[in-house]
Write a protein that binds this ligand. Structure first.
Ligand SMILES: Cc1cc2nc3c(=O)[nH]c(=O)nc-3n(C[C@H](O)[C@H](O)[C@H](O)COP(=O)(O)O)c2cc1C
Length: 303
């Protein structure tokens, strides 16, 4: 399953790209409209990209009245990314979106590096949203947490149905000549290829810590990147920054992933999921293939 990463594709201006996805994830919607941060808001760096968009969006009222009906017309399953500045704000938005049949999944953006952190913890926000909706809830987590697996376990206990890993990392780029920050906000969210090892580590850790399905994202550019995230434990893939360089990236990555599976003698994506957690077969011995289901969790609960 291939999705776009929130904020990296405008389905209404690039409907063909959206149609190549298994589901379209909206840009994060907040209760009130936001103009976002002042420009400059995007800076390309040597290896990746910095953004400080600051959750620019029309707000939930306009989203429901104008954007959502147009997205529904595309016929692609819809995930709505929900943002806010308190657990109550998140929960109120979830309650309103709960009434929208056309919305399949709510992804809680608990991790935007360009706005101040919500005062409540990720688990408190998830618990409030769980009480407000019966729709599947995915918690999108920051790779900056000191131990993302601990946060993942907490949001699982609070009622999350899945994880989206990872959001951007905070970064800074300086102007070559002036040595001053290139973004108006100085720091911004760092995305693109350098994020892949960070995403792999987060997916790896959360696969071992929880039973939740995981959308793996961060630096996915090729089918090989997608295969590696699946191997670390991702059950679906999100494509972000690559879509700015190549709007057809999702379709290309899907094709490349199929070739990669073949090369590795795997008959389907499900055979690849979590394979990085399996022990390698011993030469001349029997393959000791452990169950990859929540390895650490099972060990801890039975200890
Ligand atoms: C320009 C831009 C805007 C983004 N906007 C959002 C957003 O609104 N909500 C969100 O959860 N993540 C947002 N993200 C983060 C992406 O969804 C994704 O988690 C991150 O970029 C890592 O994936 P990538 O390396 O493939 O881009 C944004 C990223 C970029 C580059």
């Amino acid at each position: 399953m291939i999705l776009n990463a929130s904020g990296c594709l405008d389905a209404l201006t690039a409907p063909e790209a959206a149609l190549s996805l298994d589901a379209f994830v909206t840009k994060t919607v907040t209760p009130l409209p936001r103009g976002g941060n002042v420009p400059v808001r995007i800076a390309e760096t040597q290896h990746g990209m910095l953004n400080s968009i600051g959750l620019a969006n029309p707000g939930l009222d306009a989203f429901l009245a104008e954007t959502l009906p147009r997205l529904v017309m595309l016929g692609v399953p819809l995930w709505v990314s929900v943002g806010g500045f308190s657990a109550r704000e998140y929960a109120t938005s979830c309650a309103r979106l709960d009434a929208c049949e056309e919305v399949h999944v709510l992804e809680l953006n608990l991790s935007c590096p360009n706005v101040d952190e919500a005062p409540e913890s990720a688990a408190e926000i998830v618990a409030a949203c769980r009480a407000a909706t019966s729709k599947p809830l995915y918690a999108k987590l920051s790779p900056s947490a000191w131990d993302v697996a601990v946060v993942a376990r907490a949001v699982e206990d609070a009622g999350a149905d899945g994880l989206s890993l990872v959001n951007t990392l905070r970064g800074l780029a300086l102007d070559e000549r002036t040595l001053r920050p290139r973004l108006a906000t100085a720091t911004g969210g760092y995305s693109g290829p350098p994020l892949k090892p960070v995403a792999l580590a987060a997916v790896w850790a959360c696969r071992r810590a929880t039973r939740l399905p995981i959308v793996g994202m961060g630096g996915v550019w090729t089918g090989r990147d997608a295969l590696e995230l699946h191997a670390a434990g991702a059950t679906a893939i999100g494509v972000g920054t690559a879509l700015f360089a190549d709007p057809a990236a999702a379709a290309r990555i899907r094709g490349e992933l199929l070739s990669e599976l073949k090369t590795h003698g795997l008959s389907s994506v499900s055979d690849a999921i979590g394979i990085a957690h399996d022990e390698l077969p011993r030469v001349g011995g029997v393959t000791a293939r452990r169950s990859t289901k929540s390895l650490d969790l099972v060990q801890k609960r039975t200890a």
